[in-house]
Design a protein around this ligand. Structure first.
Ligand SMILES: [Zn+2]
Length: 197
């Protein structure tokens, strides 16, 4: 019987119906008896649903081959490191390079202002993650996989941003990027609170 509240790893095991380890089996029982952890599990389900609701990005491989190569190399490096936030910083600098070149004059001032707002939000979240230095912390394997998945999607978004001229489309992409950044912050926060950081 688990006496303390569940870790992110145990919550994810419950979400996935994973009972392959005694700690996971205990976690299933704990959720049945603890309102707090059941609430935490509900929030996790909601976050998962939000992630799945995001359109899967599938950039065309023939366009922007240099960008694509860089993103792939970056992912490989990230997987080798197991997890970290360094790749995100690369993705961010990539986005800045891209924005400098490809941000066309939007037809409407409205769109331009909203893009600027989304960009600034995205940068603030990036800074927040940077200040926390999540790389210095050890993520459990499931949280690490979540972080990698989110970072991959952010990298995909950056590729899409590089290919998009239309301001309305850019706005949607930037807003999705802010959503992903928020989820990323939330994963780090949840995981941190669950292990008592
Ligand atoms: Zn509990």
């Amino acid at each position: 019987m688990t006496t303390s509240h569940l870790t992110m790893e145990q919550l994810l095991a419950v979400r996935d119906g994973d009972r392959s380890e005694p700690a996971y089996a205990d976690a299933h029982q704990h959720v049945g008896e603890c309102d707090g952890c059941r609430l935490e599990l509900d929030r996790l389900h909601q976050r998962t649903a939000r992630l799945r609701a995001l359109p899967r990005m599938t950039p065309a491989r023939n366009q922007f081959p240099a960008v694509r190569t860089r993103v792939v190399a970056e992912r490989r490096q990230r997987r080798l490191r197991a997890v970290g936030i360094g790749g995100l910083a690369i993705a961010a600098s990539l986005a800045l390079v891209v924005m400098g070149r490809d941000l066309v004059q939007p037809n409407r001032l409205d769109a331009e202002q909203q893009i600027a707002t989304a960009k600034s939000e995205s940068q603030q979240l990036e800074q927040k993650l940077h200040d926390w230095d999540p790389q210095s912390r050890v993520l459990n394997s499931r949280a690490a996989v979540m972080v990698m998945e989110i970072e991959d999607r952010i990298a995909d978004l950056d590729v899409r941003l590089a290919q998009t001229q239309e301001s309305d489309r850019q706005l949607v992409l930037w807003q999705q990027r802010v959503g992903l950044m928020n989820t990323l912050v939330e994963v780090h926060l949840t995981r941190a609170s669950n292990v008592g950081f």
